[in-house]
Design a protein around this ligand. Structure first.
Ligand code: ATP
Ligand code: MG
Length: 577
């Protein structure tokens, strides 16, 4: 968040949605175009390149494009911009479709692909050649770059720029037919090498690429540039509002030039918005690919990844991501959003839906001396404090229990009101218990607490009005299920981590994953389902991980109960030195 946006963040964290008040500028434009009859129906598209998984930045574009189509009774296409076969894979296509659906959106008709339009794009390239507006350039990529000029100097015309239409047609057909090696020539638009806008200095329209395409195989030896494919694909699909991020603002004159010079079926208009940037997070696909390929994370769906698949596996509900995107709104100026905003939306969603359970992450044994050996009883625990319909469950109380090690202090600090020798506390849903003595091992560590309970306090209710200052969670030692719990910390400690492909790895938080191997779950968690969030009382929100299939249950911590992000970062920074 920039300083200017601080007020908004504050409002959002108090539950007010800043974007609610006014419609964003793109929705204003759509509404105006519809009411003035400039468009009969709004048609948008989400145009990912299948060269990686979708991340939270894409979610902004998805929510906007699909959201507008929903709100204004229009259509939104899912179109893969699959023009660079060297980097694109079927796995990414499948993952992107899955993630868009999981976010809760449905595209109009069949999935579309820029590669569906390769024939028509080729035809339009020929049309430009015939109009004298495109030429085959034999300069090497290095020469082209050297002759492109700079922001302050004009470029130089290629010596191949004035080839005849016939020669260009012949050479372009030869390129298509695989007569030339990759890199030996390219088709360029013939616009203006002296233009103040570098994008108009004879941009490349087609290159020779020697790679199999996931959909067209080896049928094509040449591939259109993103710039040449994008706007014309929009025109084919009748896109009325083509929404992209600000870095394409300078490309708009080029897109408009293509549309003006080609016999396209419709004239889309492009609108640019700010990218989503999130503190402590890198959203460049190059970096995300590097994290995966470099083995810094377990995969694209590692719960530390800012990918949609990562958030899903971590237990973040789609509703929370949609709510977050709604709160940040759509602006024309780039800024950075605080992670606290996303976490606020996650807690809001989970607090409503997650059932409560008791789990001990770091167990400390408790023996209730006056509770008969071999005895056990079932106590009732509510599943959700604010939702009676969620019902209740039975939990086992026995003589031997586990409590959280952190809920006991040998020498209690000033404001520590939980378990200590001589102190009475409430065991949630169960009884008042008093710690009589601690047992230590040879190393001097506390390994057990000997306690007594008050049988008159069943359900955790005070028998005589006397009060205890703390209520703690517990599980039955005999019945609890052993589990692994994974706690995720920020992947980057720096709020603005370096996105440099060669050095970003140096900024990775060495403590981004903490594993607790000795957690104990209340038995009802045997029924937990992958990705279904649960609140472990007093600890946070968790969900079962797919790794549990191999035996011992594994839970991911989605998020803690309170906002401790800044503190966690400081702690890991201190540890990392
Ligand atoms: P890279 O990360 O390499 O820059 P990309 O994120 O632009 O690639 P695309 O697959 O081209 O990848 O993105 C699809 C759509 O998502 C585009 O319309 C793009 O503008 C939008 N988009 C991508 N990143 C963000 C972001 N951080 N915020 C908002 N929209 C984004
Ligand atoms: Mg892109």
């Amino acid at each position: 968040m920039t300083t200017d946006d601080k007020a908004n963040t504050g409002a959002a964290q108090n539950g007010a949605a800043p974007a609610e008040a006014g419609r964003d500028f793109i929705r204003e434009i759509v509404a105006a175009d519809l009411s003035a009859g400039r468009a009969q129906q709004v048609v948008t598209r989400f145009p990912p390149e299948p060269n990686g998984y979708l991340h939270i930045g894409h979610a902004k574009s998805i929510c906007l494009n699909f959201g507008i189509a929903e709100e204004f009774a229009g259509r939104c296409n899912l179109r893969f911009d699959d023009t660079n076969p060297a980097k694109e894979e079927q796995e990414y296509i499948d993952a992107i479709e899955r993630d868009v659906r999981w976010l809760g959106f449905r595209w109009a008709g069949e999935v579309k692909y820029a590669s569906d339009y390769f024939d028509r794009l080729y035809g339009w390239a020929v049309e430009l050649i015939k109009k004298g507006l495109a030429y085959v350039d034999d300069q090497s990529a290095d020469e082209m770059r050297a002759n492109r000029g700079t922001l302050t100097e004009p470029g130089k015309n290629s010596r191949f720029r004035d080839r005849s239409v016939e020669e260009n047609l012949m050479l372009f057909a030869a390129m298509k037919n695989g007569k030339f090696a990759a890199g030996s020539c390219a088709l360029r638009a013939r616009i203006d090498m002296a233009s103040g806008n570098i994008n108009l200095r004879d941009p490349v329209l087609y290159r020779i690429v020697d790679a199999a395409h996931p959909r067209t195989g080896t049928a094509w030896k040449i591939y259109p540039s993103y710039d040449f494919a994008h706007g014309q694909s929009d025109a084919i699909e009748g896109i009325t509002h083509s929404i992209c991020t600000l870095e394409f603002e300078d490309h708009r004159p080029l897109y408009d030039w293509f549309i003006a010079n080609l016999s396209v079926p419709s004239k889309p208009h492009q609108y640019e918005m700010a990218r989503l940037n999130l503190a402590h997070t890198l959203l460049s696909k190059r970096v995300l690919t590097g994290l995966v390929k470099g083995g810094h994370v377990s995969g694209w769906d590692d719960p530390r990844m800012p990918t949609i698949a990562g958030y899903r596996r971590r237990g973040v509900p789609a509703e929370a991501i949609r709510d977050f995107i709604k709160r940040i709104g759509v602006a024309k100026a780039n800024s950075q959003v605080d992670v606290g905003m996303l976490e606020f939306s996650i807690r809001e969603a989970l607090n409503k839906t997650a059932q409560r359970r008791m789990v001990v992450l770091k167990p400390l044994k408790v023996t209730i001396e006056n509770y008969p050996e071999g005895k056990g009883e079932e106590l009732e625990a509510v599943n959700h404090p604010d939702d009676a319909a969620a019902g209740a469950r039975k939990i086992r109380f026995t003589r031997e229990l586990y409590i959280e090690r952190d809920d006991f202090m040998e020498v209690p600090e000033k404001k520590f009101f939980r378990m200590a020798v001589g102190r009475e506390v409430r065991l949630r849903y169960a009884y008042f218990v008093t710690c009589r003595e601690m047992v230590k091992n040879a190393a001097g560590e506390v390994v057990e607490l000997r306690c007594t309970y008050d049988p008159a306090s069943k359900g955790g209710n005070s028998p005589d009005g006397r009060k205890v200052k703390a209520t703690i969670h517990w599980v039955s030692a005999e019945h609890a299920i052993a589990a692994e719990v994974r706690i995720y910390n920020p992947l980057f400690l720096d709020p603005n981590p370096s996105a440099d492909a060669d050095t970003f790895a140096a900024g990775i938080n060495p403590h981004s994953l903490e594993v607790s191997n000795d957690a104990r779950l209340e038995p009802s968690l045997a029924d937990a389902k992958v990705e279904v969030p649960v609140q472990f009382e007093r600890l946070g929100y968790f969900c079962l991980d797919k790794d549990s299939a191999s035996g011992k249950p594994v839970f991911n911590r989605t998020i803690g109960l309170r906002d401790t992000y800044a503190k966690d970062v400081a702690k890991d920074q201190a540890k990392a030195g």
